[in-house]
Design a protein around this ligand. Structure first.
Ligand code: BTN
Length: 253
């Protein structure tokens, strides 16, 4: 699988796989896999990710540096790359729900799962609902999910969308490498909906407050009901629910 000279990525396309993230676990950096369907697609926190035909199921292997250069914020950075790419396709009312769900209004369009199977390398998994019908496999998703085909007249072909996403990922990875996360944090600001009421789960306890975006290190900022601003690393928070109108349900959420 030779790399594409222009993009630097070597992209392989297959019909069916358990999970693209698992399939590329030992692939080298700058390789990627696009599947037409996944039989055991995984979401965050070990949830099932419905991955029927017509959706984009992509995993990209990227090299990563040390946490002090902001690499622990890679999942946030990739959320930005996905949001900007889908916005360039014409998807309206896009926003990010912390840490990296891509929503159009209240409904989830795309989800990301970043795995680290070995040191120095991360697998970035991206699922985008395009023409697929996840609600047919799980009717509970009917009210929470949206597809690119519902939002734009002519979604790009899946392989073309995959290439655009890979280009955006390469660019954001290079920005992280050269400039650290602070630069990306300011670009992220326009995609968050700050001020929303949220409930977060931390070590089985719950905290209510208002979402205030992320700080320059990528930590979640929450203003508590007492008016105090608190910061949480992504590893501390098992779930964030928006209390107004949206639910963080997988393909799941
Ligand atoms: C989430 O929102 O919970 C994350 C969903 C991530 C889904 C993608 S689809 C491609 C890759 N392979 C997987 O098994 N999961 C990710």
């Amino acid at each position: 699988m030779p790399p594409d000279a222009a993009s630097g990525w070597a992209l392989r396309e297959i019909d069916s796989v358990t999970s693209t993230n698992d399939a590329v676990a030992d692939w080298p950096p700058w390789t990627a896999l696009l599947a037409e369907r996944q039989t055991s697609g995984r979401g965050r926190h070990n949830r099932v990710w419905v991955s029927d035909r017509g959706g984009l199921w992509l995993s990209a292997v990227v090299p990563i540096g040390s946490p002090d250069r902001g690499w622990s914020a890679l999942p946030l950075a990739v959320g930005l790359a996905v949001c900007e790419t889908l916005s360039a396709c014409g998807a309206p009312a896009l926003r990010l729900r912390w840490p990296n769900d891509v929503l159009s209004g209240p409904r989830k369009l795309a989800g990301l799962l970043v795995d680290c199977f070995r040191p120095g390398v991360a697998v970035v998994g991206i699922g985008v609902n395009v023409h697929n019908r996840p609600d047919r496999l799980d009717p509970a998703l009917a009210d929470t999910v949206v597809r690119l085909a519902d939002l734009v007249d002519r979604p790009p072909p899946l392989a073309e969308l995959a290439r655009s996403l890979l280009q955006a990922i390469a660019s954001i990875v290079r920005t992280l490498e050269r400039e650290g996360f602070a630069r990306i944090a300011s670009r992220l600001d326009r995609w968050w909906r700050t001020g929303l009421g949220v409930e977060i789960e931390i070590d089985r306890s719950r905290l209510n407050g208002f979402f205030e975006g992320v700080d320059a290190e990528g930590r979640l900022r929450v203003r508590t009901l007492d008016g105090e601003t608190r910061f949480f690393g992504a590893h501390q928070v098992t779930r964030l629910r928006e209390s107004q109108g949206t639910d963080s349900h997988d393909q799941g959420t």
